[in-house]
Design a protein. Structure first.
Length: 177
């Protein structure tokens, strides 16, 4: 596994970057679908979702979008903001990760790890005592395992109604100090 830190910069994103972030999400859906893993985000391009596009636009407008870039190419995105309504509020100041996605063409290069390290620096600078994230908690819980390998601990499990079924989620936290 390589480390992308030598060639990847992280910069703040804005409204003009929403299309690039949606393309990253579409690439992740295609990658997951090709592996039979449609439980996380389904099999349709997320750029077709007005709700999600509005959410990403809001993160950008609020100053919470941060991008991993190589030259002019956006190859990863981190969004920080308020936890969703289905997650219990933290009892202390926190940094909540609402988005983490990387270009699957760069899988294994440490982009996610680098974006999470950047998030930790943001959290410490803001005075947060904890950093939290939620993710898909179904299937083989591979995504939960990824965050655990990055130093997070699973806390609250939850489900979100989706039509006739529910989407299983997991909140994870990392103490800062």
């Amino acid at each position: 596994m390589g480390d992308s830190t030598e060639w990847t910069d992280i910069r703040r994103g804005g409204p003009d970057d929403v299309t690039a972030v949606m393309a990253l999400l579409d690439g992740a859906v295609a990658w997951l679908t090709a592996r039979g893993r449609t439980g996380q985000w389904g099999s349709e391009p997320l750029s077709d979702s007005r709700r999600l596009t509005t959410l990403i636009s809001g993160i950008a407008a609020d100053g919470g979008l941060h991008l991993a870039v190589r030259g002019d190419a956006v190859i990863g995105a981190l969004g920080v903001g308020q936890p969703p309504e289905y997650v219990s509020p933290a009892a202390e100041p926190e940094l909540y990760i609402v988005l983490l996605v990387t270009d699957r063409d760069h899988a294994g290069e440490g982009l996610g790890r680098r974006l999470l390290a950047y998030a930790r620096r943001l959290a410490v600078a803001s005075g947060a005592g904890v950093m939290r994230v939620d993710c898909y908690g179904g299937g083989d819980r591979a995504l939960v395992g990824y965050y655990e390998r990055q130093g997070f601990t699973a806390t609250q499990s939850f489900t979100v109604p989706q039509g006739d079924t529910t989407w299983p989620g997991q909140v994870l936290e990392q103490r800062l100090g």
